[in-house]
Design a protein around this ligand. Sequence first.
Ligand SMILES: Nc1nc2c(ncn2[C@@H]2O[C@H](COP(=O)(O)OP(=O)(O)O)[C@@H](O)[C@H]2O)c(=O)[nH]1
Ligand SMILES: [Mg+2]
Length: 177
Amino acid sequence: MSGGPLKLVVAGPVGAGKTSFIQSLSELPVVETDEWASEAVGKEKTTVALDYGLLRLDGVPIHLFGTPGQERFCFMWEVLVEGALGLVLLVAGDRPQDLPQARRILEYLTSRHPVPFVLGVTRQDLPRVWGPEEVADYFGLEARQVVGLNATSPTSATLALVRMLELVTGKEWQGAW
Ligand SMILES: Nc1nc2c(ncn2[C@@H]2O[C@H](COP(=O)(O)OP(=O)(O)O)[C@@H](O)[C@H]2O)c(=O)[nH]1
Ligand SMILES: [Mg+2]
């Protein structure tokens, strides 16, 4: 992992947990660009441009960029994914109705820039949500590529990040690479 700043992109539908995930991992206060939503997105404010956070792994800075969830901002997704180390695509386990949109985002991004990705199913701390196995079936992905998490928990978010980095490096995490 060398050559230029390391960038990780977090994508997914509105409400998937992107901003929470970046907040859970970032050592800096997250720069948010939330604005009043122009669509009914189930919350008043939503990310319009991007979220930015920073974390260090073994001293190596990793820049975290969260993409806006609304599809009218899809041109931003592409800009962000270019040159990224990896992609974390999030979908909320209690919003199966968002799975088709999550699939569209994934296909949109990976068809333009082949990038290693992990699919994160958030809200695993809540009862009666879709688990990673069910979502893996829906996407036709291997179990390894789909991870359940609570995006609001730093420990849980870190484990999802580790899975992503294992996929990127092809190595298992031993406490260091
Ligand atoms: N219980 C629980 N709440 C979550 C989880 N992820 C996100 N949330 C909450 O869901 C709401 C939307 O999350 P947010 O990070 O803003 O989603 P975004 O639109 O993808 O950036 C917030 O109120 C979060 O606190 C999770 O894994 N578990
Ligand atoms: Mg957000």
